[in-house]
Design a protein around this ligand. Structure first.
Ligand code: HAM
Length: 438
């Protein structure tokens, strides 16, 4: 047997071509799902635009150093980057972006916009993770970042925008979890206390958690392993170690969330997967997803990142939401269904020649959604396509119509009639019929 990808010669002497597939951890997004995504991004764009955020489009790859600032002990940096060298002399060490916050901070440091700088983004991110349901090597995020202010109201605005977005999609089962990770003053004493506690229960931790403990004790709190849960449940919490300033900031964020009626849970052991966070951290959990991957978004403050990238002091707050997981959660909740293709008119042409091309062009120029058949198929076959397209109206040109310079306009709804009209009247007649369809 010839394997699909071997390209080996078969008996007839014809070489079987390899059957390529999308790389592991990536997917083709086909219609109508691809259209649903585009709509999701436009719902997000609309909300962000209306909240004073402008779009930033940054490169999909950056110098490796930009991402190394995400944390030296972090899996995203140490294991999951797609790195490569370009053809420069000397070659540059680059990486596909695993997230966008670092790129946004790099852009801020490079362009020095007037703060506060409020931007939104959307696009693919790349992490060499072990693929599973809801976890891909290429995935899409939408997000916002506000740079140049540490006003707690900026935190409230960002978090509130996330909540409103899930609401706008019709999702009802998203929980907001918030925590404060403290500042550079309070964090070291917490991490020391946490490490001491975890070491005291070393024997009860999973092998994986023991390794994590040596690299970054905070990340042990993120373990999903059963075995680690009793240890985590009794671990010291950051709240008891917050400096006065951090505690005040966190209280102001909570009061702000209360003022806009945003429901949240304090999650005292919430730590995030990236190392740049300070003070406010949060996650959006989708209860409709019964998998380990139920975080449909997350974010927080990163008050030192711009400076680490050579920029001026500029505290920042933002989030990124995982489009792939949001759509999975929407499916589980029965929210934000895929919309049918917006074909209003289907052009059927059994006369040959250019009638269908001319008719399609004219109708599309009038702003209508129009599709057509190809390959000179029979009337019956073309009408079947017209039916399947979901079009309300069929515009039919057969040899008789062509001879007369006319078009038969058929109302495809049950009980709908048809009539033959002069070519010049088609747009008006079809528009009138469609208006009646609303
Ligand atoms: P993150 O938690 O790494 O944060 O990712 C945000 C969201 O992206 C996750 O909650 C999840 O929905 C989605 N996501 C992450 N990895 C994958 C994957 N492999 N497959 C599918 N979806 C995934 C960040 O990226 C930060 N930049 C967020 C941020 C912005 N913090 C401050 N500003």
């Amino acid at each position: 047997m010839v394997s699909g990808s071997s390209g080996a010669a078969v008996a007839s002497g014809v070489v079987a071509q390899p059957l390529f597939r999308a790389p592991v951890g990536t997917r083709d997004l086909l219609p109508p799902e691809s259209g649903r995504r585009r709509r999701l991004v436009s719902v997000f764009a609309d909300l962000a635009d209306r909240s004073g955020f402008g779009l930033l489009e940054s490169p999909i790859f950056e110098e490796l150093g930009v991402f190394q600032r995400l944390g030296a002990s972090n899996d995203v940096v140490t294991k999951e980057l797609f790195e490569f060298f370009d053809k420069g002399d000397p070659p540059r060490h680059l990486a596909l972006r695993p997230e966008l916050t670092a790129s946004v901070c790099r852009a801020f440091a490079e362009h020095r916009p007037t703060p506060p700088w409020k931007i939104w983004y959307s696009g693919p991110q790349f992490r060499y993770e072990r693929p599973q349901a809801g976890r891909y090597r290429q995935f899409d995020q939408v997000g916002v970042e506000t740079l140049g202010t540490d006003d707690p109201h900026a935190d409230v605005e960002v978090i509130g925008l996330g909540l409103r977005f899930y609401e706008a999609l019709g999702m009802k089962q998203v929980r907001l979890l918030v925590n404060s990770l403290g500042d550079s003053e309070s964090r070291p004493s917490y991490v020391a206390a946490l490490a001491e506690y975890l070491r005291s229960r070393h024997g009860e931790l999973s092998d994986q958690a023991r390794l994590t403990l040596e690299r970054n004790p905070l990340r042990v709190l993120d373990s999903k392993r059963e075995q680690d849960q009793p240890v985590i449940a009794a671990a010291p919490v950051m709240a008891d170690f917050l400096s006065g300033a951090s505690a005040e900031h966190f209280a102001a964020v909570r009061a702000g969330l209360d003022s806009v009626g945003a429901a949240y849970e304090i999650s005292p052991r919430l730590v995030r997967g990236l190392d740049y966070y300070t003070r406010t951290t949060f996650e959006f959990a989708a209860d409709a997803l019964h998998t380990a991957q139920n975080a449909v978004g997350g974010g927080g403050r990163y008050d030192g990142l711009v400076e680490e990238l050579g920029g001026p002091p500029a505290p920042g707050i933002g989030f990124a939401l995982g489009v792939d997981r949001i759509l999975m959660a929407c499916d589980a909740e029965g929210a934000f269904a895929a919309a049918p293709a917006p074909v209003e008119v289907f052009v059927v042409d059994t006369a040959g020649g250019h009638s269908a091309a001319v008719l399609c062009d004219r109708l599309r120029q009038a702003g209508l959604g129009v599709d057509r058949a190809f390959d000179g198929r029979s009337m019956k076959a073309q009408m079947k396509r017209a039916d399947r397209s979901g079009a309300t109206v069929a515009a039919i040109v057969g040899p008789d119509e062509q001879a007369e310079g006319a078009v038969t306009v058929r109302d495809m709804r049950p009980g709908g009639g048809q009539r033959r009209v002069a070519e010049a009247e088609v747009v008006a007649v079809v528009t009138e019929l469609l208006e009646g369809a609303d």
